[in-house]
Every structure is written in structure tokens, then in C-alpha cells.
Ligand binder design. Sequence first.
Ligand SMILES: Cc1cc2nc3c(=O)[nH]c(=O)nc-3n(C[C@H](O)[C@H](O)[C@H](O)COP(=O)(O)OP(=O)(O)OC[C@H]3O[C@@H](n4cnc5c(N)ncnc54)[C@H](O)[C@@H]3O)c2cc1C
Ligand code: SF4
Length: 541
Amino acid sequence: MAAYALTKAGARVVMLEAGPKWFASHDSKMLTPAYATPHRGASIHGRPFGEFDACDGGWEIDGEPYTRAPGTQFSWWRARMLGGRTNHWGRISLRFGPDDFRGKSIDGLGDDWPISYDDVKPYYDDVDRLIGLYGSNEGLRNHPDGIFMPPPKPRCYELLVKKASDKLGITCIPARLSIITKPLNGRQACHYCGQCNRGCSVKANFSSPDVLIAPALQTGKLTLITNAMAREVTVGPNGLATGVAYIDKNTGADEHVRARVVVLSASACETARLLLNSKSSQFPNGLANSSGTVGKYLTDTTGTGVSGFIPSMVNPISHNHDGVGGMHVYMPWWLDNKKLDFPRGYHIEVYGGTGAPGAGFGGGIQRYNGGGYGKQLKADYRKYYGATIGFDGRGEMIPNENSYCELDPATVDKFGIPVLRFHWKFDDHEINQAKHMQETFRALLTEMGATIFSPMPTRDQNYNLAAGGTIIHELGGARMGNDTKTSVVNANCQAHDVKNLFVADGSPFVSQADKNPTWTILALSWRTSDYITQQRKAGAI
Ligand SMILES: Cc1cc2nc3c(=O)[nH]c(=O)nc-3n(C[C@H](O)[C@H](O)[C@H](O)COP(=O)(O)OP(=O)(O)OC[C@H]3O[C@@H](n4cnc5c(N)ncnc54)[C@H](O)[C@@H]3O)c2cc1C
Ligand code: SF4
């Protein structure tokens, strides 16, 4: 987004990308049938979410480790390709609400942001118009409306979910996904093939290479250097950033690109790593780290899920249930948590139905019929396919002092760059929230007449709260604030210590929300880019 906004404003931009070029419009396997490969689309090395999934990378990358402090459960998903994780993300595109920027004022926990919803709203509007998303305007207080395209109709299983939600008083509305249901800026409308995680050949869903980087390249102002692994930001005698040192992965050579302004957007944790690795006599603890808070206030979204077998979905009447590769309905946070034993909230994501089957589909037929083989097994697959419905909670974690990343003093990656070591601990806030999610999802499934696949987890199991990082919404590590002693960047994502250094990913976030973060990352990145443009025009940087 920063490359898009800055080149459109007339700046010459060099983008360093650790992976190769990848454009869904050329490279996606959107319509490849599972039977076209011996693996039937199952995971392969370097594509852990499936052979056709549009992400090169994963929890582990050869020669690029990270470490965990003793007792820490944390996993870090990294993409190594142009566009990063926007190639295969879920595309749930939610605005943070007014309360999400002022959590501390409401319940005393964490910190308030130095900006409010009103500061970001114009940029959310711009992102909606430029990228496009479907949804519905509902007038909900902390779930702001947007500029939506018409949402697709609920599919059969989603109608069942809506019925159960209405019965239990849980708000259930059309989902908000950055998939266009009408043509936009030369991109075609979605044709409902349901393969969004593979990347969209017709550009109907949002991935940054086709929607942002391609137009930036068309300006003639963007120089894209791929397979370029940034090592550190370099600084001059005046304490200003002078550019970025990187390794050319094709040759192994150390290279350097000079720049008047440096914008880091390598994902929240990698940006913290780059800052910590940018050590010099002027900045012995890493760049922009006079507060000592680089790597701190790290959070992930909370998550847990439950699924079950729904007898009324067995042997369905054949009908067209085509849709997007994601939800048509979802449940935004609907309760007043002053009456609950945890702060903030969560939203509920829904899955089910009959997508194109690949390896491992159905999650294991033995869950329904105990197993089998031959003709009976085939018949059972046809009978039970599509009879599973599941719910995933995605909620807000409060930053705490035990969850952060730092440089590992003893481990370097294959380029010789020191790696991150993660520390992680959830608080009762998150664990109690997971219990509430579990109880809610079980109530919904029971309302639908389900056989639930798993027993209620216990407190000892943290109610199946997903380990840190595994929801893949890491935020923080270079948080914004007005106080230079407790934050890394100011309200415009400009480093307090280095005025020509900016951050444009999830690292400046002061808090999570009960929303997925990427729409806010995009809006803030655009806002920061506008600020850079103004400052350059004013001669201030
Ligand atoms: C399966 C999945 C589903 C998701 N679903 C949703 C969702 O529905 N809604 C939502 O809001 N969010 C979702 N997310 C999260 C979303 O993908 C991220 O919030 C978003 O991609 C973050 O953007 P980013 O640019 O900060 O980081 P990334 O997308 O990770 O991009 C970082 C880029 O920097 C490059 N890079 C990294 N290190 C270096 C280096 N040292 N030198 C040079 N280049 C480097 C990488 O190759 C990559 O291109 C999902 C994530 C995953 C994995
Ligand atoms: S479902 Fe729509 S947006 Fe997703 S890959 Fe298919 S055509 Fe593209």
C-alpha cells in the first residue's frame, strides 16, 4: 500500500522483497483440479497449507529459524513472496470501531491509541473504494459500516447458522470480505469458484501484487527488487536513515540501496527484527529503540474452535451452493462484556458446506461412521460430505509484559542475520474468553441438532486457546504513542528517534480488537504515506 500511495503521489520508490515475484493473475492455481496432481493438493514442503495454497513459506522456513524462550508456545507464519500473506489470507476485512482505539479509557487495560477512529475513517473509505469489499451497512455501534458491494446470499449451512444465532440472540450478518461482487478498476467480479486461498486469476479478490503493486509499477516510479533479504537500516552521522542493507539471494552478495525516506513493512515481527538488528554506535540497542520497547507489546488474536456433525445436512437435495472461498455470514461481537469475566470481545467465523474436495476433505470420515472401505466408504462420503459445520472465535488479546520478541543472542539465519526469540504468556483475560467461545459454539451446534466432535476442554487445557502466533494476526512490536519513553513511533507511524524512518505494517498497533487487522494495516499505511508526502513537500524530511 505504501508503494502504491507514494508512487501515485509522484515519489520514486524502491521496494525490497525477500521472495520472488508472484501475481495471482499469472501464477494462481485457481482452477487446477485436485486430481491433476499425485498429492491431490495436500501440503508439500514450502506450502504447508496445501500445494495450491498461494503462500510460499510457512511455520518453518529452511535456513531461517526463530527460537522460543523455555516454556513459550508461539509459532510464526512467514510468507516469502511478493505480496506476502495477502496472497492467501482469509480476506475478512473489518474496520476497527471507535472503542477499539480507546480500550484503556473504557476498562483500564492496555493503552489508548494516540489516534481515534475519526482519524482513520477517511482512509478506510479510500481503501473500500480502491480495493472493494462486500458487506452490509448495519448501523452497529462498534462495527463501523463501510462502502460495500452487495454480499453473496447465505448458503444452505449458513442459513442454518443464522437460524440458530437468531434463536440464541447472537447477531449474525453478512460477512465483510475484500472480494468484489461487481467489476472494479478493470478487475472482474467474483464467479464463485470458492478457491480464494489459491489467489484469484481474475483479480476478484484482494492480493497486493495485482491490486496495489501492479498499478504502482505502471506509474514507472516503482523499482521492484525481488529475492532481496533486508538485513538492516543504515544510518548516517546525523542519525538519519540513509537506506537499507540487503542480501541479494540470487548471488549471495551484500547490497545497499540509498533512500531519503525508509518505510518498513516486512510484517510486525520482522520489522521489529530489522530495527533491533540495525545497531550502530549511535543506536547500540537497535534503531528507533531509545524507549527499549521495540519487540514489546506483541499480541496475536485469540482463537479457539468447535465443529460438529449436523444430521439435517445429510443427503442434501442437489442445488447450487457456489460461493466465495470464505464466509457469506459472520457474527460480530454482540455482548456487553461489563457483565462477563473477560474484557473486550470476539467475533465468530463460520465454516461448512461442500467446497471442491481435495486431500483430507471432510476432516476424516471415521468421525461419522467409524471408518470403512470399498463401495460403502464411497457411498458414505457422498452421504456425509457437507454435513459438518464449525465455528472459530477470533478475539482481542490484551498486551502483557510476558509476550514479546527480542534478538536471540546465539542464533543467526543462513544469511548471518540474528534471529528473533519469542516469549509468550496468555493471561486469564484470554483464557476466560476462550471458555466463553467454547460454550457459545457448543450452544449454537446443540441448537442445530449437532453431534459435537470434541468434548468441552478444561481450564488445564486453557479451553483450547490457540497458541500465540497461530492465528497469524501478530501486531505490535513498534507501537505508536505520544510518549517517547513508551512507544517507538508517533501517531503518523514516524519513528520518534529517526524522523525519516516510518513503519507501515501491523507493528505500530497499540492494541488488537475483536476484528482481523489487515484493513486497518492498509488504512494506516495509506495515512502514513500521505503524511510522508506532505512532509517531503514541506521540506521537513
Ligand atoms: C491463512 C491466513 C489467513 C488470514 N486471514 C486474514 C483475514 O481474513 N483478515 C485479516 O485481516 N487478516 C488475515 N490474515 C493476516 C494477514 O495476512 C496479515 O495481517 C497481513 O498480510 C499483514 O501484512 P504485512 O504486509 O504486514 O505482512 P506480510 O503479508 O507477511 O508481508 C510481508 C512481506 O515482507 C517480505 N519480507 C519479510 N521480511 C523481509 C526482509 N527481511 N526483507 C525483505 N522483505 C521481507 C515478505 O516476503 C512479504 O512479502 C491472515 C493470514 C494468514 C496467513
Ligand atoms: S471465489 Fe471469487 S474471488 Fe475467490 S478465487 Fe473464485 S472467482 Fe476469485
